[in-house]
Design a protein around this ligand. Structure first.
Ligand SMILES: Nc1nc2ncc(COP(=O)(O)O)nc2c(=O)[nH]1
Length: 283
């Protein structure tokens, strides 16, 4: 599988650091709304080894209100511009072509689209024209933005087939197949059983022949797995170890990358997975 030259190719599972410049993201909302705080955190993640920093300006958590495109752009563009000036490779987490375009102009080199191109028909031609990598994440029902669970008969087969359809649409728009990365969209209108089935069958997505990105970091299904004796879910800041274990298992399964908040833990986890698999990660 050839990987786009603008995609990090660290010789191991890539670690993508999450930088949500939002007031309401589910686990870090508001911590990096201030531009200087956001830039400081993005630079720190890169210096600690993150291969890419994913900058988002609109929360995708269930029930979150949409923000106006101008607000989303105003949040991410200045942060992206300063991160790029510091030498940090950046992806923009947006469903909007106009925000992606502004982010690319500011120096972002990857578009991360949680709607897989469904939210904005201008995204595919923009990405094709710009010649940049495009993460196609699966989110059936993105338009409703609610987390009302989608109905699946076989979530693995259906997510694989729906992602394949997104790939076909991207190629039809002239996007370079080497630019595409797939993502199962864990937790996006999917329940815990759906998420675990998709992780268990990552091979089915990898069989499409494209890099796969896994975004499990701190998500609700990990909290449910680690609930206490009274059934209270583990809070987000207590999900880092489970996240790192998912990173190790994703790396072992052949994922191209993992999208995480705590890059240190996942860098260690990925190094262990590669050593275990006989591929020591160059320190
Ligand atoms: N490609 C990709 N992008 C994403 N963006 C946001 C969130 C929501 O989580 P956050 O609020 O912690 O960013 N999850 C994903 C994901 O799983 N994959």
């Amino acid at each position: 599988m050839s990987v786009h030259p603008l995609l990090p190719q660290p010789g191991r599972c890539a670690v993508v650091g999450v930088l949500n410049v939002t007031p309401d993201s589910f686990s870090d909302g508001g911590r990096y709304l201030d531009r200087d705080d956001a830039v400081r955190h993005g630079v720190a993640m890169f210096r600690r080894g993150a291969d890419l920093v994913d900058v988002g300006g609109e929360s995708t958590r269930p029930g979150a209100d949409r923000v106006a495109p101008a607000v989303e752009a105003a949040r991410v563009v200045p942060v992206i511009r300063e991160l790029v000036a510091e030498g940090v490779p950046v992806s923009v987490d947006t469903m909007r072509a106009e925000v992606a375009e502004a982010a690319l102009e500011a120096g972002a080199t990857v578009v991360n689209d949680v709607s897989g191109g469904l939210a904005d028909e201008r995204m595919a031609p923009l990405v094709a024209e710009a010649g940049v990598p495009w993460v196609l994440m699966h989110w059936r029902g993105h338009s409703r933005r609610m987390n009302d669970l989608a109905r699946y008969t076989d979530v693995v087969v259906e997510v694989r087939d729906e992602l394949r359809a997104r790939v076909d649409a991207a190629l039809a728009a002239g996007v370079d197949p080497a630019a595409l990365v797939l993502d199962p969209g864990l937790g996006f209108a999917k329940n815990a059983a759906h998420n675990w089935a998709l992780l268990n069958r990552l091979d089915a997505l990898l069989a499409l022949g494209l890099p796969v990105l896994v975004g499990a970091s701190r998500k609700r299904f990990l909290g449910a797995l680690l609930a206490d004796a009274d059934g209270r879910p583990r809070p987000p800041d207590g999900r880092e170890l489970a996240t790192a274990v998912v990173s190790a298992l994703s790396a072992a399964a052949g994922a191209w990358g993992v999208r995480v908040h705590d890059v240190d833990a996942s860098l260690d986890a990925v190094a262990v997975a590669h050593a275990w698999g006989g591929r020591l990660v160059a320190s």
